[in-house]
Design a protein around this ligand. Structure first.
Ligand code: PEP
Length: 250
C-alpha cells in the first residue's frame, strides 16, 4: 500500500508575510489529515522561515530545484547540502519550467536527482509531454526517454528513493486537467516501464499527477489505481484549496 503524497510547488511566489500566513493556515488545517504525506516547496529565501514554522508538525519541507555542484564558485546556485541543512526532505527535479526556460536536459536532471539522494533527500522527478507531442502520439516515447535519462545514468535502484511526477506540460497552470483516464493510462505506462527493470520498485514507487489539480478534480484523479498523489502548483497557494486536495488523498 503506497502512502498518498501531496506536494505544493509554490514556484516563485510569496513574501515573508504571505508565506507566514499561508503556512500557518496549512498547518492549522492539516491537523485533520491522517494518512496523506504533505509537503510544501517554497522558494529558497523562505526555506528558513518555513523550516521554523513547520517544526513540530508533520508537514515536510521541499525545495524546487538544486544545483548539481557541491560547493564553490557557482554564483547564484544553491547546493543540495544547503537544502538538506535547511531541513528539506524533498527536491523537485526536472520541472517542465526548468526544462523549458533554463535548458535542463535529461542528463542535468539525472545529476540533480543523484545529488539529492546522496544528501539524504528524496527527489520528485517530473516527466511529461507537450501538447504537440501528445497530438503526435509521442507521449509514451517522450516519457520513456525522460525516465531513461535517470535509469541509464544512475541505475534503477535510485527509484527506491525518489517519486515520479507525471506532469503533462499542456495541463500545467492552464486550467486544463488530464482526465482521470488519460492520467491513469500514462501512470500505468510509467509503472510498467519501472517494472521492466524492477518489479519490487514498481510496486513501491509513488507516481504523482501534476497539472491543474484542484479540489474539484482531486478525488477522481486520486482514486485511479496508479495515481499516488499530486504535485500542486496554483492551488497550493490557497490554504483551503491545498488542504481540500490533501483531504482527497486521505
Ligand atoms: C506544477 O507546476 O507543478 C503544477 C502542477 O502547476 P498547476 O497545478 O498550477 O498546474
Amino acid at each position: 500500500m503506497r502512502q498518498p503524497l501531496i506536494a505544493g510547488n509554490w514556484k516563485m511566489n510569496g513574501n515573508r508575510s504571505s508565506v507566514e500566513t499561508l503556512l500557518s493556515n496549512v498547518i492549522n488545517g492539516a491537523s485533520t489529515i491522517s494518512k496523506t504525506e504533505v509537503v510544501v516547496c517554497p522558494s529558497f529565501p523562505f526555506l528558513d522561515l518555513s523550516e521554523r514554522l513547520l517544526s513540530g508538525t508533520s508537514i515536510k519541507l521541499g525545495a524546487q530545484n538544486t544545483s548539481t555542484k557541491e560547493s564553490g564558485a557557482y554564483t547564484g546556485e544553491v547546493s543540495a547540502s544547503m537544502l538538506a541543512n535547511f531541513g528539506c526532505q524533498y527536491v523537485i527535479c526536472g520541472h517542465s519550467e526548468r526544462r523549458e526556460y533554463y535548458g535542463e536536459t535529461d542528463a542535468i536532471i539525472a545529476e540533480k536527482v543523484s545529488i539529492c539522494v546522496e544528501k539524504g533527500m528524496r527527489a520528485i522527478l517530473c516527466v511529461g509531454e507537450t501538447l504537440n507531442q501528445r497530438e503526435q502520439e509521442q507521449t509514451e516515447s517522450v516519457i520513456s526517454t525522460q525516465l531513461d535519462g535517470v535509469i541509464t545514468q544512475i541505475g534503477i535502484d535510485i527509484f527506491n528513493n525518489i517519486e515520479i511526477a507525471y506532469e503533462p506540460v499542456w495541463a500545467i497552470g492552464t486550467g486544463k486537467t488530464a482526465t482521470p483516464e488519460q492520467a491513469q493510462s500514462v501512470h500505468a505506462f510509467i509503472r510498467q516501464k519501472i517494472a521492466s527493470h524492477s518489479l519490487v520498485i514498481a510496486e513501491k514507487i509513488r507516481i504523482l499527477y501534476g497539472g491543474s489539480m484542484k479540489a474539484e478534480n482531486a478525488c477522481d484523479l486520486l482514486s485511479q489505481s496508479d495515481i499516488d498523489g499530486g504535485l500542486i502548483g496554483g492551488a497550493s497557494l490557497v490554504a483551503n484549496d491545498f488542504l481540500a486536495i490533501c483531504r482527497a488523498g486521505d
